[in-house]
Design a protein around this ligand. Structure first.
Ligand SMILES: Nc1ncnc2c1ncn2[C@@H]1O[C@H](COP(=O)(O)OP(=O)(O)OP(=O)(O)O)[C@@H](O)[C@H]1O
Length: 258
């Protein structure tokens, strides 16, 4: 398998899901090309996390199908990483930060020295080299979240699912992580990125998919027609950025459910 073969497309086809008769998602259709970053926004409780769980193979959708790289998802795909809001449960407290980051690389059969080097590089990218030998419980919440992100980056999955990943970090770190994510996207990873932050959805996205109020369905799929090279200050000043931010904001506020 070549490196470019690892980057997959994703199809979400007529996906619906209910919890004990309560409909959380209905008729969700979304296609994501290889190497594309699609932001997903929508009102609280509209089913964004449920949708990511269906794509990750953690929840089997009651209706419809999810297809990753041409194959229907029936369990957790091998070549997938998830970064969720819940950093406190995602790291192993008995392993150092570096060993947490290196752990998934065993699945790739990578030799120990290469695992350590890849973990070191990813920690460097999120600004945590100095904490490599510490344990997760010795770090702040925001730092732990950066470790989870470093772990996903070191693994270099073909499909990366992120559920409000920067919600717990300070504003400056958040901007740095957004730019890091854009560099990763440039390497061809396919990314689904759930966020509550409308500015962020436009800044990092190639497209923004807006879900309606519960039960969630896609009510808009907007291309982000901004220069690929983004900058935290000048991109956010562009007329197209301001227009899109307003459009997404209006859709999230007014987006009708059934
Ligand atoms: N395991 C579960 N059991 C029962 N109901 C659930 C479960 N998980 C989610 N739900 C319900 O499904 C609906 C969608 O929840 P979900 O967490 O997917 O939405 P969300 O858009 O990610 O929410 P938020 O933006 O607040 O994080 C909500 O009404 C929620 O209460």
């Amino acid at each position: 398998m070549t490196d470019s073969d690892r980057h997959v497309s994703l199809e979400i086809l007529d996906v619906g899901h209910s919890y004990s008769g309560q409909v959380a998602l209905r008729d969700v259709n979304l296609e994501v090309s290889r190497g594309e970053l699609v932001s997903i926004v929508g009102p609280s409780g509209c089913g964004k996390s449920t949708l990511l769980r269906c794509v990750a193979g953690l929840t089997r959708p009651g209706r419809g199908r999810v297809v990753v790289g041409g194959a229907e998802v029936s369990g957790v795909p091998d070549d997938l990483a998830v970064v969720s809001q819940d950093y406190s449960r995602s790291l192993l407290p008995w392993l150092t930060v570096r060993d947490n980051v290196a752990l998934p690389l065993r699945r790739r059969g990578m030799p120990k020295e290469s695992r350590r080097a890849a973990a070191g590089q990813a920690l460097d990218a999120v600004g945590l080299s100095a904490s490599a030998r510490r344990y997760p419980w010795q770090l702040s919440g925001g730092m732990q979240q950066r470790v989870s992100i470093a772990r996903a980056l070191a693994f270099r999955p073909s499909l990366l699912l992120m559920d409000e990943p920067f919600g717990s970090v300070d504003a400056q770190t958040r901007e740095e992580l957004e730019d890091l994510l854009l560099r990763v996207r440039d390497e061809g990873m396919t990314i689904l990125f759930v966020t509550h932050d409308i500015d962020e959805s436009v800044y990092v996205g190639d497209r923004v998919a807006v879900l309606s109020r519960a039960p969630g369905t896609v009510i808009a799929d907007l291309p982000v027609d901004l220069p690929a090279e983004r900058d935290q200050i000048t991109t956010r000043e562009l007329r197209e950025f301001v227009r899109l931010r307003a459009e997404v904001g209006r859709l999230v506020r007014d987006g009708a459910g059934s």
